[in-house]
Design a protein around this ligand. Structure first.
Ligand code: IVH
Length: 686
């Protein structure tokens, strides 16, 4: 190829690749398949290798591959990188807002915009938990990236930052500013962090404690090839030193402008007025914290109007026009007071750390799970240890790390129990399993209680009003030992129980009696066979249709059921081989537990096979769960969202966006009556 043609072709390819990079890494909205993108990239690289002098640092091929540095250069920030003050409660935020209004009131009384806006307009952003960096662009090209450091000087990490795909090497758009410094946060998304740690664990390497450390560690590498392999993302949150480009006098609009220059900003950013808006934003983002792709430790609230920002100015190292409104910390340090072992429904022994109470994730925590024996051994956690406890959302708090440096001198490793702490039976721990179990089966009171709680639960036999407290009492008083005993309880048995009134006793007996008529899948699920959750119970019920052939099935026959592998097959077969289990099943049938047989897979026509249905809104007669079960019995898959592939949508009361989507896509919609009629026509009455 002629040099002139090469110049043109290289420019064309680069423009295309930049465009697709931006669609993929910044907008999350690729236009072409990965393979086409790869093709463009290969073409560019080939051309560039034919004309090496045409390679420029902003070429997409130059993100990766530089040689390792021998050390970091120091960078002086022309505009210092400040930090933020924190508030921890709405009360503290109200103070912040009041002070800002007072200052603005005093300062700009002459301007009438304050009177037009009695509440401060705020730009509200998530507080990304990563590493603050500065990106310097000259004539539209990235020339330097630096860490925040102490705010006045940082380290030059350009070689690593160039490898982050969401950092533009060259600004998008027609205006090419002579100079622009963009600030923002480098984060490692949670999913990428987990994968990175999994890989590290598999290779016996050290794992990172959290995504922030992983992001920081990646940027502090001298060899850019390491950073290039790390899943890092950059989110812009501000611009300084703009020469040759105008920015709007509003933080919110500045962010939009950064988007047009090719930067990614957080999707959560919102603008609104006053403290009510801020309070709602805080609550909304906090509620969705766990489902966001990256970790955040609060929200940042900024006075939106840049002129007002200037009026408010700074105090020491933080602006008066912005504050971080922090979420409750998800990690805290406390000490282990005891390590105990709980026995679950299936006999699994779970080690639990009893802790000195500590406030974490918004609640006081005094117990945390240690998962299993392997984990106790791996962490070598001991009584007296200082540990880091983590609690996110509604998840059970867990001990994530032992601070070995703070370990008291006289501590000793935990003795893992060889006998069940509840019934004294031997503890079994198969060689390659992390989980140890009590071998006491239904004789172990811990397992009896848990098995019963499971048996009566909503998704199993659904005995309304028979909560854990009653089960505890019924077992402790010796009134029931197994599930079948429930159905022979009389009013005289119940009345002496603590806090049991005449009416509650009647209600409970009625609920127990009502539950006798159930479905085959619910019954199987209620038995609490290890490895048999709701979906497996349904698969078993559909495959065998009736109980007898299931009882007779060996492992091989069980493995013919969709999705049942050797482990679950063995667990099911072992369960049904135990005489005391068969005895309980027989007794349950004797006391009147019944269900309609289902046509077994082999015999059944599956009128909805191959179809995907979606349920939305509330279904008054059936309930969503039952409707789902029944549709699945007819062979349909039931999905959670509407797409072009959806065959039919069932819309109950107050159906929302899914119904709208179905209508948009022209997908058939049934109401509840039509669904009931359809089910009835296939012999599935409600
Ligand atoms: S603005 C003068 N916006 O929080 C304003 N900071 O304690 C300075 N951060 O070092 C920062 N998300 O690492 C701002 N949306 C956001 C942020 C954010 C996270 C971090 C940043 C900074 C620290 C301030």
């Amino acid at each position: 190829m002629q040099r002139q043609d090469a110049v043109r072709e290289i420019e064309r390819l680069r423009a295309q690749i930049r465009h697709h990079n931006h669609r993929y890494y910044v907008l999350d909205d690729p236009e072409i398949p990965d393979s086409d993108y790869d093709q463009l990239f290969v073409s560019l690289r080939n051309l560039e290798s034919g004309f090496p002098d045409l390679v420029t640092p902003d070429s997409p091929t130059q993100r990766v591959g530089g040689e390792p540095l021998s050390g970091f250069q120091t960078v002086t920030h022309e505009v210092p990188m400040l930090s933020l003050d924190n508030v921890f409660s709405i009360g503290e935020f109200l103070d912040f807002d009041r002070k800002a209004r007072e200052r603005l009131g005093g300062l700009i009384k002459s301007a009438d915009d304050l009177f037009a806006e009695p509440e401060i307009p705020y730009c509200a952003e998530p507080k990304l938990d990563g590493l603050a960096i500065s990106l310097l662009y000259e004539n539209g090209l990235l020339v330097r990236a630096a860490t925040r450091g102490d705010g006045a000087t940082g380290e030059d990490i350009t070689h690593n930052v160039r490898t982050i795909p969401s950092v533009p090497l060259r600004l998008l758009g027609d205006t090419v500013p002579a100079r622009l410094e963009v600030r923002g946060e480098v984060v490692m998304p949670k999913a990428g962090f987990l994968k990175l740690n999994e890989r590290a664990a598999a290779q016996g390497e050290k794992q990172f404690a959290n995504p922030r450390n992983a992001a920081a560690g990646s940027l502090r590498q001298l060899d850019p090839r390491i950073a290039a392999k790390r899943p890092l993302e950059f989110y812009a949150y501000g611009a300084v030193q703009a020469i040759g480009i105008d920015f709007p006098p509003s933080q919110f609009e500045t962010l939009q402008k950064l988007v047009t220059l090719g930067f990614r900003i957080s999707q959560e950013v919102k603008r609104g007025h006053g403290t009510g808006f801020v309070q709602d934003f805080y609550a909304d983002v906090l509620a969705r914290r766990d489902s966001l792709a990256y970790e955040i430790d609060g929200v940042v609230i900024k006075v939106d109007n840049v002129r007002w920002q200037q009026e408010l100015g700074f105090v020491s190292r933080a602006p008066r026009w912005a504050t971080a409104f922090k979420f409750p910390a998800q990690e805290a340090i406390t000490t282990v007071e005891a390590i105990e072992f709980q026995v679950g429904r299936t006999g699994a022994l779970t080690p639990v750390a009893r802790l000195a109470p500590v406030f974490v994730g918004g609640v006081t925590v005094s117990n945390a799970t240690l998962h299993n024996f392997d984990e106790v051994e791996r962490m070598d956690v001991r009584v007296g240890d200082s540990v880091i406890v983590y609690r996110a959302g509604d998840v059970i708090p867990k001990v994530v790390r032992v601070l070995v440096d703070r370990r008291p001198a006289n501590s000793h490793p935990v003795d893992l129990p060889t006998c069940c702490p509840v019934c004294g039976s031997d503890v079994e721990r198969p060689e390659d399993e992390a989980i140890a179990r009590c071998s006491g089966g239904l004789f172990c009171p811990a397992q009896q209680k848990e098995a019963l709680k499971h048996f009566v639960s909503r998704r199993a036999m659904d005995i309304e009003g028979l909560g854990d407290k009653w089960i505890e009492q019924l077992v402790d008083q010796g009134l029931i030992r197994s599930s079948a005993d429930l159905f022979v309880l009389g009013k005289d048995d119940l009345l002496p129980l603590d806090r049991m009134g005449d009416k509650s006793a009647d209600n409970l007996l009625a609920a127990i009696s009502h539950s006798k008529s159930t479905t085959f899948p619910r019954f199987l699920f209620a038995l609490g066979i290890r490895g048999v959750g709701e979906a497996t119970a349904l698969a078993l019920a559909r495959h065998f249709g009736r109980l007898e052939p299931l009882l007779a099935a060996d492992e091989e026959a069980l493995m013919r059921v969709p999705d049942i592998g050797p482990v679950v097959a063995e667990s099911i077969a072992t369960f049904f081989r135990q005489p005391h289990n068969i005895e309980i099943i027989q007794r349950l049938r004797e006391v009147g537990v019944v269900w309609p047989d289902i046509e077994a897979d082999a015999e059944r026509e599956q009128p909805l096979a191959g179809q995907t249905w979606v349920l939305t809104g509330s279904l008054a007669t059936l309930g969503r769960e039952q409707a789902k079960e029944k549709l699945m019995l007819l062979g349909a898959k039931v999905a959670g969202s509407v797409s072009k592939k959806t065959s039919c949508v069932v819309a109950g009361e107050a159906a929302g966006s899914k119904l709208a989507e179905a209508e948009k896509l022209g997908i058939p919609v049934l109401d509840e009556d039509a669904l009931l009629a359809l089910l009835a026509s296939h012999g599935l009455q409600s």
